[in-house]
Design a protein around this ligand. Structure first.
Ligand code: FAD
Length: 477
């Protein structure tokens, strides 16, 4: 067991090494999160665990012992991989199990999930694997796995929270592509769960039901052949932001009606000074056909569809060892500089991020197994609308920080407008809304009563509990 140490977020390593924060057991990716009118922000003050245990491959016995110890001593147990959770779910007060060093992968030509009759190409990733490792392996194996956009996110947290990436409209979510899970339950029992065995209820809960059902040591996912063609639409759009956004949404709505949205995903980031940073991806669509789609809207004036591989090279992207500087590709440096500029310009480090990846439209394949996940069944017709907060914000968030109610009202009105245009309902836990009071309905809809039953069955003592997680309404987080 280890005691937590003080870290300086402003150290050069923290600023220049994209993996540094993920490599620290006691740091979260977001150093603070703005509170809402009702919920206080979380900070170093209320977000640092007291003790942590570093886990490695094969430490199943130690994990079971830690579960028993925490239960006996009535400790709040936390599970952390990278600390990317937006609301600090892996970083509150308590006794932490750090899964970052549970490493390993195995590629299968024909994987048969426990007790199932069918088999298909798949890959198993141990709990600590991050997307930069997945990207690198996808390139080597020429197979696609559904991932999120950012290289530093961990696959387990991603999938537990639904898991939508730039290609989800075509291939589905992390949750819908999950085939099997190895889990250590709060009771200490080690189980393998699939849709075909006696743990099928647990398996469904792990497919988007959020954290809090057990410690996942391994997830196995379906894989796909490398897409024939893919690329990006990247650049900035300046000018009247209200007008430009209206243009964009009209275009995206039309795209949905034309059943072309399956080819396009990604994010729009609204930055200070009426600047919209466009970071979209297209897949299984020739660049010239993609360009023809952009020509349907004046929003994209000057932006082009550029062919690029789905699989980027991350071979020089090695995990740093507790603060030592890792290697990083040049694009990461420029992204960090952009982020820093945005933060400085905006004083508060806030920007609004629209993510388009949340299962709007999609292909038959993307929808395959969707109903077997536990995310909100209405998610099929939703677009995401997010806050993004720069971690280096000069505004230090305190335990009592509240969003000013004028901003909150404007935000709520904007969310409503977007939903009106795009017919969206619901949301998902990973990129959720800290101010959402009806989060049970918002994230899980009609699946919530089922999830609550599964929670009671596998974690009756609420050993694993977190903010806006299943069962959290009965507990003070
Ligand atoms: C820069 C950035 C980009 C992102 N991009 C996307 C995106 O494209 N798509 C998307 O869907 N989401 C995205 N997210 C959200 C992200 O998927 C979630 O925050 C996710 O929960 C992160 O998982 P993690 O394991 O990396 O983080 P952690 O903070 O370590 O864990 C997140 C949650 O999962 C639990 N958990 C982690 N590992 C385990 C385990 N082995 N067993 C049981 N519980 C576990 C933790 O207890 C915690 O509650 C992004 C977040 C950031 C910060």
């Amino acid at each position: 067991m280890n005691q937590v140490q003080d870290h300086r977020l402003r150290s050069p390593a923290a600023q220049h090494d994209p993996l540094w924060i993920s490599d620290q057991p006691d740091l979260g990716f977001h150093g603070g999160m703005m509170g809402s009118a009702k919920v206080p922000g979380w900070t170093a003050l209320n977000s640092t665990p007291h003790m942590y245990m570093e886990l490695h491959e094969g430490d199943n016995w130690q994990i079971a012992q830690a579960m028993n110890f925490a239960t006996q001593h009535n400790l709040k147990l936390l599970i952390k991989n990278t600390g990317h959770d937006w609301f600090g779910r892996s970083m509150s007060r308590g006794f932490m199990l750090w899964t970052h060093n549970i490493q390993g992968s195995q590629w299968h030509d024909a994987f048969r999930p426990a007790n199932c009759g069918h088999s298909e190409p798949a890959v198993s990733f141990a709990a600590g694997v991050q997307f930069w490792q997945v990207f690198q392996e996808m390139k080597e194996h020429k197979r696609l796995v559904v991932t999120g956009t950012c290289a530093t996110v961990g696959h387990v947290g991603f999938t537990l929270g639904g898991g939508y990436g730039d290609y989800s409209h075509f291939y589905g979510s992390g949750a819908s592509n999950l085939l099997e899970a190895e889990v250590i339950l709060p009771s200490g029992q080690q189980v393998t769960a699939s849709e075909c065995n006696e743990y099928s209820d647990l398996f469904k809960a792990l497919r988007g039901g959020g954290p809090g059902f057990g410690l996942v040591t391994k997830f196995t996912y379906r894989t796909y052949p490398e897409p024939a063609v893919s690329g990006m639409i990247m650049g900035t759009v300046s000018g009247d932001m209200v007008h430009n956004l209206a243009e964009f949404f009209a275009w995206y709505k039309a795209l949905n009606e034309q059943k072309k949205v399956k080819h396009i995903g990604g994010i729009l980031q609204l930055q200070p000074g009426h600047v919209i940073f466009v970071n979209l991806r297209f897949v299984n669509l020739p660049a010239e056909d993609c360009q023809a789609l952009l020509q349907q809207s004046s929003f994209f004036n000057g932006l082009t569809c550029q062919q690029a591989a789905v699989f980027n090279d991350f071979s020089d992207y090695k995990s740093s060892e507790n603060g030592s500087k890792g290697l990083q590709p040049d694009w990461l440096k420029s992204m960090a500089a952009d982020l820093a500029n945005g933060v400085t310009e905006n004083q508060g480090g806030d920007a609004v991020l629209f993510s388009l990846n949340y299962a709007l439209g999609g292909t038959e394949n993307a929808l395959r197994d969707f109903e077997k996940t536990s995310v909100n069944p209405q998610a099929l017709a939703t677009v995401k609308f997010d806050w993004m907060i720069g971690r280096d914000s000069p505004h230090v968030v305190s335990h009592g920080t509240q969003v000013d109610t004028t901003t909150l009202k404007a935000f709520e009105a904007a969310k409503h407008d977007v939903d009106e245009v795009l017919g969206g309902v619901g949301g998902y836990l990973n990129e959720g809304d800290i101010s959402e009071e009806n989060w049970q309905e918002h994230y899980w809809g009609s699946n919530y009563p089922f999830l609550l039953e599964v929670k009671k069955k596998y974690d009756p003592n609420n050993l694993l509990t977190c903010f806006q997680c299943v069962g959290a309404e009965t507990i003070q987080c």
